[in-house]
Design a protein. Structure first.
Lengths: 383, 278
C-alpha cells in the first residue's frame, strides 16, 4: 500500500466514522498476567477485547470509542499497587474493570479511592468488600454455596458433611460460610480439615474422612495443584461420596479426566448455558480468536458483561463523570451470556447460579439452575 | 488403627523414594543438591510426555530415570564439579539451578497444572481396610529401590570405588580410582532417582513446574538425620514419617506438615549423628 492509498483510506475511515475521532474512553484492566492468576488472565483479556471491539463497531459510547489499557498486577498486592497507580494516574483511565486476587484488589482499593475512579470487580470472591467506588458483578459465598448444599440435602439425603480446604483466607472463608449454612439447613459437619497451600499429601485427611462416615464432601482448596492432588488421592482411596468442589472450574475439571467425573460445581457461568445470548457470545469469541481462544469461564464472562455495564452506566449518566457513573451503575441492567444482571444490591448483583455435574467426557452438565440468587447483606448501609 | 499403620508405612515409602536420590549425592559428595526438587519435577514431566506418547509404564519409568540422569550428568560437568571445595556455594548454585530448570519447564510446558493417569487405580482390601492400590505399590517401589542400590553399592566395581571415595578420597585416588568419574556417575544416578521419584508420585499428585518443591525440605531433613547411610534413611523415613502421620491424624495436618523439619532439628540437637550408626 502506497502512502497515498494509506492517506486516502484514513480519510475515508474518518469520513464514515466521524464519531471515532473523539477522545477514547479508557478502560483500565489490571489483571494477573503473571503469578497465580496467569492461567486464567488471558481469557479475561480476550473477553474485554471482544466487548470493546463490539461496542466500537457499533459507534462506541456516546460517540466516543473505548480503548483498553491492560496492566499486569502479578496476582499480588505489590504488583497491584504499581498497576493501579500507573493506570489511574499515568494512563488516566476512566474506569477499572477486572478480575483479580483478593490481595491485589485490597491493595488497589486505596489507590482507586485516591483517584476517585469507578472499579467494576468481575471476580467471584469471599464477599464484604465495600468501597464506595467498587461494584461487583460476580458471586459471593452466599450465592455459590447454597445450590450445592441444598441439592445434597434434598436429592442425596445428605445429613452429615466433611469439609476439606487449603489453609488460606478464601479456603477458610468459604468453608466457614458452608459450615454455617449446613448447620442452618439442619445438617451436621462431622469434620473440617485443612492442609497448607503447598501441601500435596492428603493421606491422613482422607483416612479421617473415611472414618468419619459422612454422607457428602465439600472442598475449597486453592486452585490448581492442591485441587488436583486432593481429587486424585480421594479417587485413589476409593471415595465415591457426593463431592461438591467450590474451587474447580470447567477447564480444570476437563483436563483432570476420569478423576473429575461426578464432581458437583456451582457457578454463575458454564459454557453449556442454553440461551441465545450465550450462543451468540461463544460464536463471536471463537470467530475473533479462532485457535487462540481461551475457553470462556466464570471469571472471564463477567469481564465481558462488566464492559457493557459500564457502557450502559455512562450512557445513563450522560458522560464519564465518576460520581454520576457510580450512581448509574446500580440502576443499569446488562443482558449478557449469564442473563440479565444488575448490580443493585449494595453494589453486588443477584445472579442465576448453575449447579453442574462433571460428566465422564469432561463436559459439565447443568443439573439445576437457581434463578436470581441474592448476594445477601454484603455492604449494609450504616445506620 | 490399622489404617493409621498403613498410612505411616506408605508415607514412609514415599519419603524414602523421594529422598534416596538426595542421599546418594550427599553421601558421596558431601554436597546438598538443592536442584533435587527440580529433578523431581523433570521426572514428573518425563512421565507426562511418556504417557502422552502412549508408552507403557514399564517404559515411562526408565525414561524418567534416563532424563533425570542426563540432566544430572550435565549439571555435574558444568556447575557442581567446580564447587566441591565450596559446599555452601554449591547449595546456592544448585538452588539457583533449580529455579532455572523450573523456568525452562514453564517455558516449554506452560505453568498450568497437567495430569498423568494412574497406571493402577482403585483400592485393595488389605486385612479389612479398603486402601488405595497405588500407595500400596509405592511400598514395593521403595523396597526395590533400596535393594537395587544396596546391591549396586556392595556388589559392583562401581560401588566399591564409590565406597572408597566416600571413605577416603585421596587414598582412593592414590589407588587409581578415577574419583571425578565416580562423582559424575553418582550425581547422575542421584538425579535420575529424583526424576524416577517424580514419575512415581505423578499419579498421586499434579504435574506443575513447582511439583517437587513441597517435598524438598522433608527430603533434606531426612538426609541430614541419616548422615548419608541408606539403612539409616529407611529408619528415619519410618520414624519421622510415622510421627508426621500421627500428628496429622490426631492434632492437625497443618502441624503435621511441619513435624519432619521440627523432629529432625530436635534429633540432630540431641544426637548430632542422627539415625546413622556413629
Amino acid at each position: 500500500m502506497t502512502l497515498r492509498h494509506l492517506l486516502a483510506s484514513l480519510a475515508f475511515a474518518a469520513a464514515v466514522t466521524p464519531a471515532m475521532a473523539a477522545d477514547p474512553i479508557r478502560i483500565g484492566v489490571p489483571v494477573g498476567l503473571s503469578g497465580a492468576n496467569s492461567v486464567v488472565a488471558p481469557s479475561v483479556v480476550q473477553s474485554a477485547e471482544l466487548a470493546v471491539e463490539e461496542i466500537n463497531a457499533k459507534g462506541g459510547v456516546l460517540g466516543r470509542p473505548l480503548a483498553l489499557d491492560v496492566a499486569d498486577d502479578a496476582s499480588g498486592a505489590a504488583g497491584a499497587q504499581k498497576a493501579f497507580d500507573a493506570l489511574i494516574f499515568q494512563k488516566k483511565v476512566n474506569v477499572l474493570i477486572s478480575m483479580e486476587t483478593s490481595a491485589a484488589r485490597n491493595a488497589g482499593l486505596p489507590i482507586v479511592a485516591r483517584g476517585k475512579t469507578p472499579f467494576i470487580y468481575t471476580s467471584f470472591y469471599e464477599g464484604k468488600s465495600c468501597s464506595p467506588y467498587l461494584y461487583v458483578n460476580a458471586w459471593v459465598p452466599e450465592q455459590q454455596v447454597p445450590p450445592i448444599v441444598d441439592y445434597f440435602n434434598k436429592e442425596k439425603k445428605a445429613k452429615s458433611y466433611f469439609l476439606i480446604g487449603s489453609d488460606y483466607a478464601f479456603g477458610r472463608g468459604m468453608l466457614s460460610f458452608t459450615k454455617a449454612y449446613i448447620e442452618k439447613t439442619g445438617g451436621k459437619v462431622v469434620g473440617e480439615e485443612y492442609l497448607p497451600m503447598d501441601g500435596s499429601d492428603w493421606t491422613s485427611i482422607i483416612s479421617k474422612l473415611k472414618a468419619a462416615g459422612a454422607d457428602a464432601i465439600i472442598t475449597s482448596t486453592a486452585g490448581g495443584a492442591p485441587n488436583v492432588t486432593l481429587t486424585k488421592q480421594l479417587r485413589a482411596a476409593g471415595v465415591s461420596l457426593p463431592y461438591g468442589n467450590l474451587a474447580v472450574d470447567e477447564g480444570t475439571a476437563k483436563s483432570m479426566g476420569a478423576d473429575a467425573t461426578d464432581i458437583y460445581i456451582s457457578a454463575s457461568y458454564v459454557t453449556g448455558i442454553d440461551s441465545a445470548a450465550n450462543k451468540t457470545f461463544l460464536a463471536a469469541m471463537s470467530k475473533k480468536f479462532g485457535a487462540d481462544l481461551k475457553t470462556p469461564n466464570d471469571l472471564s464472562v463477567p469481564e465481558y458483561e462488566g464492559v457493557y455495564a459500564y457502557k450502559a452506566a455512562v450512557e445513563k449518566a450522560g458522560g464519564t463523570d465518576p460520581q454520576k457513573v457510580l450512581a448509574a451503575l446500580a440502576d443499569v441492567s446488562v443482558d449478557g451470556p449469564r442473563g440479565a444482571i444488575r448490580m443493585g444490591k449494595q453494589r453486588h448483583a443477584p445472579l442465576t447460579m448453575y449447579l453442574g455435574q462433571v460428566q465422564a467426557d469432561g463436559s459439565v452438565k447443568v443439573i439445576q439452575s437457581f434463578p436470581n440468587v441474592d448476594p445477601g447483606q454484603q455492604c449494609p448501609p450504616k445506620s | 488403627m490399622l489404617t493409621l499403620a498403613i498410612d505411616a508405612v506408605t508415607t514412609a515409602a514415599l519419603l524414602f523414594i523421594i529422598s534416596s536420590g538426595l542421599l546418594i549425592v550427599f553421601g558421596v559428595m558431601k554436597i546438598i543438591n538443592f536442584a533435587h526438587a527440580a529433578f523431581v519435577t523433570v521426572g514428573g514431566y518425563a512421565a507426562l510426555v511418556g504417557s502422552r506418547l502412549g508408552l507403557p509404564w514399564a517404559l515411562v519409568l526408565p525414561l524418567a530415570f534416563a532424563t533425570g540422569a542426563a540432566c544430572g550428568a550435565l549439571t555435574e560437568a558444568t556447575i557442581v564439579r567446580r564447587l566441591y571445595q565450596r559446599p555452601l556455594d554449591a547449595i546456592l548454585a544448585t538452588w539457583g539451578l533449580g529455579i532455572v530448570i523450573g523456568q525452562i519447564v514453564t517455558l516449554i510446558f506452560g505453568r498450568e497444572v497437567q495430569f498423568v493417569q494412574a497406571p493402577i487405580t482403585g483400592t485393595v482390601d488389605l486385612i479389612g481396610v479398603d486402601y488405595s492400590a497405588y500407595r500400596i505399590v509405592m511400598i514395593a517401589a521403595a523396597a526395590i529401590i533400596a535393594v537395587i542400590f544396596t546391591g549396586l553399592l556392595s556388589g559392583t566395581r562401581l560401588g566399591l570405588s564409590t565406597r572408597a571415595v566416600i571413605m577416603n578420597e585421596t587414598l582412593a585416588q592414590g589407588l587409581g580410582v578415577d574419583s571425578a568419574r565416580v562423582r559424575l556417575v553418582t550425581f547422575a544416578i542421584g538425579s535420575g532417582l529424583a526424576s524416577l521419584a517424580g514419575a512415581l508420585i505423578t499419579p498421586l499428585s499434579s504435574v506443575d513446574p513447582n511439583m517437587g518443591l513441597p517435598w524438598l525440605i522433608s527430603a533434606f531433613m531426612l538426609v541430614m538425620v541419616s548422615g548419608g547411610s541408606l539403612p539409616a534413611l529407611a529408619v528415619s523415613c519410618f520414624v519421622l514419617g510415622g510421627v508426621q502421620v500421627i500428628v496429622s491424624t490426631f492434632v492437625n495436618p497443618i502441624l503435621g506438615g511441619l513435624t519432619i523439619a521440627i523432629c529432625a532439628a530436635i534429633v540432630l540437637r540431641i544426637r548430632p549423628e542422627g539415625f546413622a550408626r556413629a
